[in-house]
Ligand binder design. Structure first.
Ligand SMILES: [Zn+2]
Length: 130
């Protein structure tokens, strides 16, 4: 290669180097954008799976709201479901207790009017002397 040709190459390669650095920066920015999009996509897919599961569950076991107790009742399994969790798109069957039901997920308690709690008896002097 002639010396003159070599000198002609120098400014071109400096421009190319600059372009390369620019492209590398652009590539890094795109990579991080891509990673952020992947996380977002995974979150969307997870939400979609949860919603599909909920739709299938509700389709197989439609829930009816029970005004007296504030709970939902499954028409197929007959179980009671937590209204608090249902509002967050979670179907959580309630655990039966002596006078109502408790949600194992959010710990909310629902009174059963059919099984009222006995009045606490504090002895004969309690309300008469007050
Ligand atoms: Zn709950």
């Amino acid at each position: 290669m002639a010396i003159l040709d070599w000198f002609k190459e120098v400014p071109l390669s400096a421009v190319l180097k600059e372009k390369l650095v620019g492209l590398e920066n652009e590539n890094a920015a795109l990579k991080s954008e891509n990673a952020a999009q992947k996380i977002l996509l995974e979150q969307c897919q997870e939400q979609r799976r949860a919603l599909e599961k909920q739709i299938t569950e509700e389709h197989n076991n439609p829930l009816t709201f029970d005004e007296k107790t504030g709970t939902w009742i499954g028409s197929v399994d007959g179980l009671r479901y937590c209204a608090n969790c249902k509002s967050k798109n979670i179907s959580s069957p309630l655990k039966n207790e002596n006078h109502g039901w408790r949600c194992p997920s959010c710990d909310k308690y629902f009174d059963d009017p059919e099984r009222p709690k006995p009045k606490i008896n504090r002895g004969p002097s309690d309300w008469r002397t007050a």
